[in-house]
Ligand binder design. Structure first.
Ligand SMILES: [Fe+2]
Length: 284
């Protein structure tokens, strides 16, 4: 009997969520421990950013750490999953939140659940009141259903009026993860590259908090965006794009530690590409 993918995904999620009560950090170079014993990883190694006039360290996780800008001592731990006041159940946020000119912070929460979503969230600037919670005033700007599978999103970009959510063909395969890969594997193995799936740019009007539309492009994988801006009715988006997902396997330690062979490439080098997204041709 052919089980529809949606039913299969829901079944697996129920099993995973209710029976094992696990919390997974989608973390490419993850632990080899049994998934059921995996701790919630919170190694904020990826980036620093300011929010409500305080400095934080973050990575792909729902947990961020306030740090002292002079001593780099940890001052406070903030858990989006437990403390975000907006209408979104946050599992993981991207490693690279974006700060707007107005001083708010925007991030994307990728939720793998019965109803998976890319949730664009915003934390406003500080009110200046004493005792203000780090996520005070946080709200859900826009919730976007994944197109086909839940993609890994490491970063994104914003412009004056828009948030652009990149959805590449690297998607979480829950069936694969549950049946074979949770145990003695890294999370890199829980993803699959859908080579026939196009990459997508979901565009959100960040002032209106509404979905503006979608652009598609030939498949690519991206960790990091470079820049984005609006001009002449278009969004210009620069990003470091790989032709596929091979870079992830190339960052395993056995490859990184192996001797360099002249003429052989250890790591794929991304193209720095510019995408032009004409706003009048946005598709819904
Ligand atoms: Fe990063």
């Amino acid at each position: 009997m052919q089980i529809p993918e949606s039913a299969r995904t829901q079944f697996i999620w129920n099993l995973v969520h209710s029976s094992l009560q696990i919390r997974a950090r989608i973390y490419f170079l993850g632990s080899s421990r049994s998934f059921s014993k995996m701790r919630f990883l919170d190694n904020a190694f990826d980036t620093v950013f300011t929010m409500k006039d305080k400095l934080y360290a973050a990575a792909d996780s729902s947990i961020i750490f306030e740090i002292d800008p002079k001593t780099l001592e940890t001052l406070n731990k903030v858990n989006f999953s437990k403390e975000f006041p907006g209408d979104a159940k946050i599992k993981f946020t991207t490693a690279h939140p974006q700060r707007t000119d107005e001083g708010s912070v925007i991030n994307i929460s990728v939720t793998h659940a019965q109803k998976s979503t890319y949730d664009v969230i915003e934390i406003p600037p500080s009110t200046g009141e004493q005792g203000e919670h780090p996520l005070e005033g946080g709200k859900l700007l826009c919730s976007i259903p994944p197109t086909s599978g839940v993609a890994y999103i490491h970063s994104f970009c914003i412009t004056e009026n828009y948030v652009v959510v990149p959805e590449t063909p690297l998607v979480l395969n829950l069936w694969e993860a549950y049946t074979r890969k949770f145990k003695d594997s890294s999370a890199a193995e829980w993803f699959q590259w859908k080579e026939n799936q196009r990459s997508r740019f979901h565009v959100v009007d960040r002032k209106q908090g509404s979905y503006a539309g979608i652009f598609t492009a030939d498949p690519f994988f991206v960790f990091h965006q470079v820049n984005a801006f609006e001009d002449d009715g278009k969004i210009f988006l620069d990003a470091c794009c790989f032709h596929d997902h091979k870079i992830i396997d190339q960052t395993y330690l056995h490859n990184m530690r192996s001797p360099i062979v002249p003429g052989e490439k250890k790591l794929d080098v991304p193209d720095v590409r510019r995408y032009e997204l004409p706003l009048k041709t946005l598709e819904m």
